[in-house]
Design a protein around this ligand. Structure first.
Ligand SMILES: [Zn+2]
Length: 291
């Protein structure tokens, strides 16, 4: 498989940093609105695209993106992480591999090179490398970075965590705040003239997409507003982890319409490699076409 890991657009370079690309959850379980008939209609191309395995389990990529602007190096979504107790996900539980930091290094970056970390939302597979274990304590992995959290998203998980402890919030978000490396921002926040926030609620209440480019959206990082290319063809299909499935569906269609037939590079969090493409119309729906 040819694997594109680097894209140049405008005055930016974008690198994919892959931690895992693997089977995740059966399609019919992950997408409660998906019927066996629709799955059957789409099985051939999904298998061809490595979006579905031989047992109809969705294949997902878990990755960060590193964006280099003329001024800053920004890491978007920090994946799964090491040494974290995740008993419900054997592939993520107490991991000790060097895949992620190795991939970061192969892209030409050390943790100390990252100026900003941004999370599209605060789910387990988007915050993991925010911290690493050092002498029994969780410390920021990226020692010089400011970690940019959407205030609305942080407040949501803070309230949830107060009711029932949420381990990834406790081990991968709160230690950043305790180390005072955080910034809580509203949706009007920008970094220089290259990085902006696009509110995309539904998967979580404070979910954001992140748009980059000087004066125009050269690229957009869509986070978890969609997980499988099947959802570009059927934008009404929400996943079982969407906090508000109806809003997620509305957000997904309006996002796809916004970028349809534009030159904006859509960098998805979880689509199978190459994960990146341009949104194109197909009938009453869309595809993310590889570039
Ligand atoms: Zn995710």
């Amino acid at each position: 498989m040819s694997m594109s890991l680097k894209y140049s657009v405008g005055d930016l370079t974008i690198h994919r940093v892959i931690e895992q690309e693997t089977s995740f959850v059966p399609a019919l379980e992950m997408l409660p609105g998906l019927t066996p008939e629709v799955l059957t209609e789409n099985r051939a191309w999904m298998r061809q695209a490595k979006a579905l395995d031989d047992n109809d389990v969705l294949l997902l990529c878990f990755q960060s993106y590193v964006v280099k602007t003329p001024h800053h190096t920004i890491l978007i979504d920090s994946c799964i992480g090491n040494d974290k107790p995740r008993p419900n996900r054997p592939k993520w539980n107490m991991k000790t591999d060097d895949t992620y930091l190795g991939a970061l290094g192969a892209a030409g970056f050390s943790p100390g090179d990252i100026d900003f970390v941004m999370c599209t939302h605060l789910h387990v597979d988007h915050v993991g490398w925010n911290t690493r274990l050092e002498n029994g304590r969780w410390v920021p992995t990226f020692p010089k970075a400011r970690y940019v959290f959407a205030k609305q998203e942080f407040d949501h998980w803070s309230a949830q965590n107060a009711k029932t402890e949420i381990p990834p919030f406790v081990d991968s978000v709160l230690p950043v705040v305790e180390a005072k490396r955080h910034e809580f921002v509203g949706n009007d926040h920008q970094i220089g003239d290259h990085v902006r926030i696009l509110p995309t609620p539904g998967h979580t209440p404070g979910h954001i997409a992140i748009t980059v480019g000087r004066g125009k959206d050269d690229a957009v990082f869509s986070g978890d507003l969609m997980h499988s290319p099947l959802q570009t063809l059927y934008p009404e299909l929400s996943i079982k982890f969407d906090v508000d499935p109806a809003k997620a569906a509305t957000t997904r269609r309006s996002f796809l319409e916004r970028y349809c037939d534009t030159e904006t590079l859509c960098c998805t969090a979880h689509f199978p490699s190459p994960s990146v493409g341009k949104i194109r119309r197909k009938g009453n729906a869309f595809v993310c076409a590889a570039v």
